[in-house]
Design a protein around this ligand. Structure first.
Ligand SMILES: Cc1ncc(COP(=O)(O)O)c(C=O)c1O
Length: 616
């Protein structure tokens, strides 16, 4: 574990005349082994790296802010990322590919700007809470003297883990003010706790909870006991699938589906806007504001959608929400009742399924073919569905673009059956081989489409800003539901995004990323075709930030994905996207992996596939 600000430097210089490739390998292995042991103590078997060109580091390295490679022969250094906090997720170091040469030796220095384990993080926060008084119950009618009550209060808080070892406690003066008692009982209590070893004082710094405590509960908090009475949960919550921490959802590495090229994001411009709006907020806007969102932001989104997506709308129809999940949750509450049948794409977006399941809807999986959702199949399964959820621009996960005839057929079906169409247009900004396809909403003549868009793909997911385009006659109901769920959206990113759009930086960023992602997409397709043609069939590579590949029968995608996580590959299995009979394969994100590293990543995937029992 590296304390804050520590720099570790590991260097290995190889003897002259040694084979640079072998040397580089030897150097890398030693380096990884030592690095892991020195800093993280995590299991990472170096033998797994033997023949690979790329070093995948444990995802625990997420808290890095700056990684520096030095290549002694050329005297050059590579800074990655260059002081950009958002790119601290970078965990991939490819020493041999640097400047096209395999180095005879390499040195790496890692600056830990931030502690990387939960425990240390908690302690650091705890230290910064010195100005906050802990909860010390004081009863003036109690016969127990005040200083004893204060002692008791601190002991209990420490033993429960509410105060952490090393955490600074308030000064006696501040605590006396907060408790509204004189300073004497507080001084007496502090002296007592110091003598008992609960506190320690550091000259010039203050008083702290002791780092080694008498009778401390290991790992802090004691679990709460229950009374044994009924602990019934809602039926609605039990309808949701189990929440599982799967490696591919939280990992970072080649093929991660929701990962964009964060190192290419214009953080300098972005942070200027953030600072500007943080420093000088519009005062009437930072109080409660419109449940629909800020007017100027909705104007900007409206102009973008009319231009880029041919969405038929005016700003009054646009509602700002916190992510597509919330958009769908609000939509479901307005349009659907428990038990209502809803068509969803099969395979489809699992998180949409879970919102609809949570709303108590009856889900009808309708197969997707190479024209998008198969409307005739849906009609055969259940013609009277109340709604359909679709991703027509780039079907998730298969990547199909819905054909024009299928779009018209779907809208006709919706009109004839009084059904709603929910269009999730999550990554339409990126299209590579054909011109942009207009939204479904734009060709709907009966105001039946609820359009959902997001900034998660083009900006980054944690911005949590999405929007709904609502048919005019439903605006009031949507507003009422939105108000009941979250009152109104958060302020700051709305302002920042408005300026980002209006100053042309949004359009510029999309243009740059479209070219970059196209190159990465092509590298992925070529590598898969060159290396794994016999095992992987590619689907839907024409748009977005991912494509899908399917496996021959006998392979288990989730099993392979779990194994891949150990090599730093972030493979998303395809089978969980199916509700009925699953196909096995992967959803492969390509946006965050440089084109010159794609072949290496695909080679690792190929090696993994070759190791599977179905291949022996
Ligand atoms: C199908 C689909 N819809 C929507 C989203 C965006 O979700 P959110 O806006 O909640 O980040 C994603 C992920 O980026 C997605 O894959």
């Amino acid at each position: 574990m590296c304390p804050r600000g520590r720099t570790s430097c590991i260097r290995r210089v190889l003897p002259p005349g040694s084979n640079p490739y072998a040397a580089a390998n030897a150097s890398r292995l030693l380096w990884v082994r030592r690095f892991v042991r020195n800093n993280y103590g995590s299991a990472h078997d170096p033998s797994e790296l033997e023949t690979t060109q790329t070093i995948q580091l444990s995802t625990k390295c997420r808290s890095w802010r700056k990684i520096i490679y030095k290549i002694p022969q050329t005297g050059t250094s590579k800074y990655q990322p260059v002081g950009m906090p958002m790119t601290m997720f970078e965990t991939r170091l490819d020493v041999t590919n640097y400047s096209g040469e395999a180095p005879a030796s390499a040195a790496v220095r890692v600056h830990h700007n931030k502690a990387n384990t939960r425990g240390v993080g908690v302690k650091e926060v705890a230290k910064d809470l010195s100005g906050i008084a802990p909860v010390i119950p004081i009863d003036r009618l109690d016969t127990l003297p005040l200083h004893c009550q204060i002692c008791e209060g601190f002991r209990a808080a420490i033993l429960r883990g509410n105060l952490q070892p090393g955490q600074q406690v308030p000064s006696s003066r501040h605590l006396a003010e907060d408790l509204e008692v004189s300073r004497f009982p507080v001084l007496d209590a502090y002296a007592q706790l110091l003598s008992e070893g609960y506190f320690e004082s550091r000259v010039g710094s203050g008083t702290f909870v002791s780092a080694s405590l008498p009778g401390q509960v290991p790992n802090g908090r004691r679990s709460r006991s229950t009374t044994g009475g009924s602990r019934c949960l809602s039926r609605r919550s039990s309808l949701l699938p189990r929440f599982e921490t799967v490696p591919w959802r939280h990992g970072w590495g080649p093929f991660g589906v929701h990962q964009s090229a964060l190192d290419q994001f214009p953080f300098r411009a972005w942070s200027k806007l953030l600072a500007e709006h943080g420093r000088r907020p519009r005062l009437h806007a930072i109080h409660h504001n419109d449940p629909m969102g800020l007017d100027r932001f909705r104007d900007a989104i409206c102009s973008y959608l009319r231009t880029a997506r041919a969405v038929e709308c005016d700003p009054s129809q646009i509602m700002i929400v916190s992510g597509s999940q919330q958009a769908l949750e609000i939509t479901a509450r307005v349009l659907l009742d428990p038990g209502d049948p809803v068509w969803i794409e099969e395979p489809g977006y699992q998180l949409a399924q879970s919102v609809l399941l949570g709303a108590g809807c009856r889900i009808v999986p309708v197969p997707v073919d190479d024209e998008g959702i198969d409307v005739s199949a849906g009609v055969n399964l259940l013609p009277k569905a109340r709604a359909v959820f679709v991703t027509p621009s780039h079907q998730y996960p298969l990547g199909v673009t819905m054909s024009a005839s299928r779009r018209l057929r779907l809208l006709d079906w919706a009109r004839d059956n009084g059904a709603w169409v929910v269009e999730d247009d999550y990554d339409s900004a990126y299209r590579y081989d054909t011109t942009s396809v207009p939204s479904l909403q734009g060709i709907d003549s009966d105001a039946r489409v609820i359009y959902i868009g997001t900034f998660s793909r083009v900006i980054f997911p944690s911005v949590r800003v999405s929007y709904i385009v609502i048919p005019p006659d439903l605006i009031e109901r949507f507003t009422a539901v939105r108000f009941s769920l979250g009152i109104f959206p958060s302020y700051l990113f709305q302002e920042v995004l408005t300026d980002f759009i209006c100053t042309g930086q949004f359009a510029r960023h999309i243009r740059r990323m479209r070219a970059l992602y196209k190159e990465r997409r092509t590298a992925l397709v070529d590598s898969v075709q060159n290396t794994c043609r016999d095992m992987l069939e590619i689907h839907g590579a024409g748009a977005g930030m991912h494509l899908a590949v399917t496996l021959p029968s006998g392979f288990n995608d989730a099993e392979i994905a779990s194994q891949a996580a150990k090599y730093g590959l972030c493979l998303w299995p395809l089978s969980p996207c199916y509700m009925n009979k699953p196909r096995h394969g992967f959803v492969l994100g390509f946006a965050a992996t440089p084109a010159d590293q794609m072949a290496v990543a695909v080679h690792q995937l190929w090696r993994l596939l070759k190791k599977q029992p179905s291949q022996s």
